[in-house]
Design a protein. Structure first.
Length: 333
């Protein structure tokens, strides 16, 4: 299988390493707007390179992985789909919901499979929680707690184009809640604080957020997010049901310390970055994409699925701004 890779920044370079090691990928062709990034990946992995995405799509690829900047996602997804090439694209589909809906409509007309990257769907712990719920092991679910705490804020230039904490960070929790429970979100209430770097207040963003999601079966999910968690990168989920409770992310790398006497858990090196928390999940998601590109499995996260999660982020953003609960129907177009 011949795979193309567009975008060779931090995550793109990791994808290049992963794709180069997959037995099903017999050749990899890459491109980036920065020649030095192309040269670095070629030197490390001995892959083929072209100058532009247009040349990449014309090079006979069986699938393309898009790891370019968000603004380029809509054009690249549509160009590949209209060329008949299956696509794996990092989230989000587009910077705005209007663009995302337009992309979904254009891609639907092609019939080409698209996979949007949400790595928690490929994490063994999150997958086990999902299976326990599906098997009925927990009884009826009443409470979900999902957490993403970053050790430090991203650069100000990134924050300025991120769309805010709900679209950039919380959205992974929103997707995990939907995917693990198999339920849809019907209402959102969000609050937050801009304490910390003045850039958050300047951008109308927050550095800390708490969001309550009402699911369509009446269960509640509580999502906690922070740009300041000095101990490390903390990503986990708890699900509580009428018969049992279960959690993902409580391993030796969990960046927390116990105040209980005699307790040594967790005793490992704390996670400090999403790439050391989820490397296996990222690799598994690309492995799944090779099957999508080969036509042997459906997309594990379609554009339509990703947009459903994005509507939750839109509702949370409006809720924060207006200090009130917001129903998903209010923001959906």
């Amino acid at each position: 299988m011949r795979i193309g890779l567009i975008g060779l920044g931090r995550i793109g370079a990791f994808h290049a390493e992963t794709l180069s090691a997959l037995p099903s990928v017999t050749s990899l062709v890459v491109t980036d707007v920065i020649p030095a990034a192309i040269n670095s990946v070629v030197e490390r992995f001995g892959v083929e390179a072209v100058e532009t995405p247009e040349k990449l799509l014309a090079s006979g690829v069986d699938g393309v992985v898009v790891a370019a900047a968000t603004d380029a996602h809509p054009e690249l997804i549509v160009a590949a789909a209209e060329a008949g090439v299956p696509v794996f694209c990092e989230k989000p589909v587009a910077r705005t919901m209007a663009e995302g809906v337009a992309v979904a409509r254009r891609v639907a007309a092609t019939g080409v499979s698209i996979q949007i990257g949400y790595p928690r769907r490929f994490d063994a712990g999150f997958a086990a929680v999902r299976q326990a719920i599906a098997n009925g092991e927990l009884g009826w679910v009443h409470t979900v707690r999902s957490t993403t705490l970053d050790p430090a804020p991203p650069p100000s230039a990134y924050l300025a184009v991120s769309g805010g904490i709900f679209r950039d960070c919380s959205i992974h929790d929103f997707d995990a809640v939907r995917w693990v429970t198999g339920r849809e979100v019907v209402e959102v209430y969000a609050t937050g604080s801009d304490r910390g770097d003045p850039v958050f207040a300047d951008l109308g963003d927050v550095a800390f957020a708490a969001t309550v999601l009402t699911l369509d079966d009446g269960a509640r999910a509580v999502v906690s997010n922070s740009r300041y968690n000095a101990r490390g990168h903390d990503v986990r989920m708890e699900v509580h049901g009428s018969d049992d409770s279960i959690a993902a992310g409580l391993d030796e790398g969990w960046p927390i310390r116990s105040a209980q006497a005699g307790v040594t858990f967790p005793g490992g090196t704390p996670y400090t970055f999403f790439m050391d928390r989820f490397p296996d999940a990222f690799r598994a998601s690309l492995g799944a994409f090779t099957e999508v590109a080969a036509g042997t499995r459906p997309s594990p996260c379609t554009i339509e699925d990703a947009l459903e999660t994005a509507w939750v982020a839109e509702a949370a953003t409006l809720s924060l701004a207006e200090h009130r609960p917001v129903r998903i129907d209010e923001v959906r177009t």
